[in-house]
Structures are given as structure tokens and as C-alpha cells.
Design a protein around this ligand. Structure first.
Ligand SMILES: [Fe+2]
Length: 251
């Protein structure tokens, strides 16, 4: 089965459309959360995401926008974007967001794989360093866990008592590119497809991945998108300017 992995779209419709246009054929799509927050197209991104299938995990921004957590825990820019998003959403889309399941989520036909927003231990935990990944890799019930939340594309591998981390490197800064990462059946993995709508690894291009469960290969992708279109919408919505400028820097 070929699984399209999308995470942290953050209301960036231009980035989502570019990823879907660049993605190879797939059997099902899994969305790892933070569908909304930061960007200026929350209704459009929810409606486009909902059409891709039924497999979702909620993110912290999804929870904040629909009132499941207190936005006072957010930094001021995130909180402002969160309350702006809540005001924009149709009642139907707000209800849809509220109904998203908490991770981990498993899918019939995909044995030994699970999907979370932050970590298998805590849906809101950030797995940034190899040290962060040790316990989650040990306690995850499946050999492979796909996660998001950090907006950093890459993988952690438990190899004996050591955790190796990889972040794919690319040859250009403006082309569509992909990198294949084969998974060994004997090792445990945490894999982050990267953020569609707000990458934070210094590469402005939208990130996603495709997992081939038979071949056990993750293909990471980076895709240029209509950056100016996304920025112009953020500025036109009177959202903080920083939310537009950071997209160009990929930070
Ligand atoms: Fe996020």
C-alpha cells in the first residue's frame, strides 16, 4: 500500500495544492494534524483535506481553534492566529475539526504502523532531538510511527541502544525533489514527513512523504509552491506579518 503522509498544513492552501499536484499515485492519505492555524485559508484547507480520505490525527492547533485546549498556552502570534481562525471557520468545519481523533491511530491493512501528531507517548510532545526520541521509540507498540508537530522532515531510528537521526538533504532550493529512505524490518523508526504549510528547517518548500508499506521505503518530498499567494492572503487577513515572512525563510 502507498500512503500519502501530510502534516502541519497550517491553513496554507497554496502549499497543500502544490503537494497534491506533485504527489505520485497513492492508495490512501493520512493527515498527521495541525490542519489549521497560522495561515489564511482555514476553510479551504479543511475542505480539501476532508476530501482526501478519512484518516486524521488531531494537532494542538486543531484543538486550540475548536476550544479543546486553552489558547493562553500559546505564544501571542499563535494565539492570535488561532482566534482569527475560529472566527473564520464555518460551523460545519469547526465541528469537523472538533471530531478529529486523538493519536495514536492505526489503520487496517497497515500492520505495525501507527500515526501520531507529537509522539506515541503524548500527542503534544515535540520530538526534536535524538534524545527526545529514545523513550517514544522504545515504548511505541509498532515498529514504525509517523509523526509531525516539529515541522522538521526526517527520521529517528532505534538501533540497539542508539538513536540515529537523519534529515534528507536536497540538491536545489527551488525544484521538486525527493529522497528515498528504506526502512529495515529489524529496526524501530519515528518518521516525520515534514510540514506542508510552514517548514522550519530552513527550506521554504512544502514537505510531505509517501510510504510504500510493501517495499518499506519512505520517499520524502520538497515542493515549491505559490509562496507569494500564501503570503498575500496572510497580509490581506491582517494576520501578523511574521507569519508571512517566515514562510520565505522556512523558519
Ligand atoms: Fe504544527
Amino acid at each position: 500500500m502507498r500512503v500519502l503522509l501530510l502534516s502541519d498544513i497550517h491553513s496554507n492552501l497554496e502549499a497543500l495544492e502544490a503537494c497534491l499536484a506533485a504527489a505520485p499515485a497513492y492508495d490512501l492519505a493520512v493527515n498527521l494534524g495541525d490542519i489549521v492555524g497560522y495561515g489564511a485559508s482555514p476553510n479551504e484547507v479543511i475542505e480539501r483535506s476532508a476530501k482526501l480520505g478519512k484518516f486524521f490525527v488531531r494537532g494542538n492547533h486543531d484543538k486550540a481553534v475548536c476550544g479543546l485546549i486553552d489558547i493562553r498556552d500559546f505564544n501571542p502570534v499563535a494565539a492570535l492566529a488561532s482566534s482569527w481562525t475560529r472566527d473564520q471557520l464555518t460551523r460545519e468545519n469547526l465541528e469537523w475539526l472538533r471530531s478529529l481523533p486523538q493519536g495514536p491511530v492505526q489503520i487496517d491493512g497497515l500492520p505495525d504502523v501507527e500515526f501520531v501528531h507529537g509522539s506515541p507517548v503524548d500527542e503534544d510532545e515535540y520530538l526534536v532531538t535524538a534524545g527526545d526520541a529514545v523513550t517514544p521509540l522504545m515504548v511505541a507498540p509498532t515498529m514504525v510511527t509517523f509523526f509531525g508537530h516539529t515541522h522538521l522532515q526526517g527520521s529517528f531510528t532505534l538501533n540497539g541502544d542508539r538513536v540515529d537521526s537523519i534529515h534528507p538533504t536536497y540538491g536545489t532550493v527551488g525544484q521538486i525533489e525527493s529522497r528515498e529512505f528504506p526502512l529495515k524490518t529489524s529496526l524501530r523508526y519515528l518518521v516525520n514527513p515534514g510540514s506542508v504549510g510552514q517548514p522550519r528547517d530552513g527550506d521554504w518548500r512544502a514537505g510531505f512523504a509517501v510510504f510504500d508499506s510493501e517495499a518499506r521505503i519512505v520517499a520524502f518530498y520538497r515542493v515549491p509552491y505559490n509562496l507569494k499567494g500564501a503570503q498575500d492572503r496572510i497580509l490581506a487577513a491582517d494576520l501578523p506579518q511574521r507569519l508571512a515572512t517566515r514562510l520565505a525563510a522556512g523558519r
